[in-house]
Design a protein around this ligand. Structure first.
Ligand SMILES: [Ca+2]
Ligand SMILES: [Ca+2]
Ligand SMILES: [Ca+2]
Length: 302
């Protein structure tokens, strides 16, 4: 499986087209009319799942996607080989007729306010009625601790696992503002604007100065999971995880990236991974040069 982490499979174009179709359906208010696109037929059948419900947020992973409905419910479709659809089985949805629309079960019934789909796992922000602060729940493949549960047990592929799924422990009294999942890791901006990452650290994508996976063993999460050092006094406004790298927009509107850099994805003018060894993070991690006087805008949060 180590080799698998080196495999750079690109999220399929089909998923991107599907996502565009869903947004068009949600925003355009059309009556399920034909969506333009190379894969129009699939877009049509998928968008019918959302007619009359409206998508409030959307993300697509390697080969699955999820949309948050206006009701706060969550619907997911596509590859389900690791339980990433959260439906209690391994059956893909959307690859056969009659699986979408009303036939597609809700992964969550209500209270979902945000969604991020990773390689083979999925995480949702849930605003529980009993809590004033939203928390993060993750399911699907758990090879490297990406579900943050202290074990390496897939969740969502057996009945009853979703109903009993608990919030990820990111520290005492901590809640989550935003999160982004990569192939085998995930990073979150907490309520205190600090960043914590867990899952695979093979390329330093957790930004912790080593290649030790976090979240797969006991005592690795919660208060024991270190915050990512973004530099003296720096906090994060937004976070985005790619395959095996992560980027954040900082409070000063500058961008910093860490993790795999074999193709220059950190934007630093070299191919050295950052965050996998000592003295590479914090003030030692350069900002991405966006041009003289240029800064980055964080997109509005859902
Ligand atoms: Ca199917
Ligand atoms: Ca399971
Ligand atoms: Ca390095």
């Amino acid at each position: 499986m180590v080799d698998a982490r080196r495999t750079r499979v690109q999220p399929s174009l089909r998923s991107t087209v599907l996502a565009a179709g869903l947004l068009a359906s949600a925003c355009g208010g059309g009556e399920g009319g034909a969506q333009s696109g190379a894969d129009g037929a699939e877009v049509d059948s998928a968008s019918s799942a959302l007619v009359g419900q409206g998508a409030q947020a959307l993300d697509v992973g390697a080969s699955h996607g999820c949309a948050v409905l206006a009701t706060g419910g969550l619907k997911c479709w596509g590859n389900n080989g690791d339980g990433q659809l959260g439906l209690g089985d391994w059956a893909a949805r959307g690859d056969n007729a009659g699986e979408m629309g009303a036939s597609l079960p809700l992964s969550f019934g209500a209270n979902i306010t945000g969604i991020t789909a990773g390689g083979f796992h999925t995480c949702a922000l849930e605003q529980a009625p009993s809590s004033s602060l939203p928390g993060l729940k993750c399911w699907g493949r758990d090879d490297y601790g990406e579900l943050g549960r202290g074990d390496a047990v897939d969740i969502g592929d057996h009945r009853g696992e979703m109903a009993s799924l608990e919030f990820i422990d990111l520290g005492t009294d901590r809640s989550v503002k935003a999160a982004s999942a990569g192939w085998y890791h995930i990073c979150a901006v907490l309520d205190n604007d600090r960043v914590k990452c867990w899952g695979s650290s093979y390329w330093g994508q957790l930004g912790l100065g080593d290649t030790v996976d976090r979240g797969s063993g006991p005592n690795e999460m919660g208060d024991n999971l270190p915050e990512v050092d973004l530099g003296t006094g720096r906090t994060a406004k937004a976070i985005a995880a790619g395959g095996s790298h992560t980027c954040a927009i900082l409070d000063n509107d500058q961008v910093k990236c860490w993790g795999d850099n074999i193709e220059g994805q950190l934007g630093l003018g070299d191919m050295d991974p950052r965050g996998d060894g000592p003295n590479e993070m914090g003030d030692d991690l350069p900002e991405v040069d966006l041009g003289t006087g240029r800064t980055a805008k964080a997109s509005p949060r859902a």
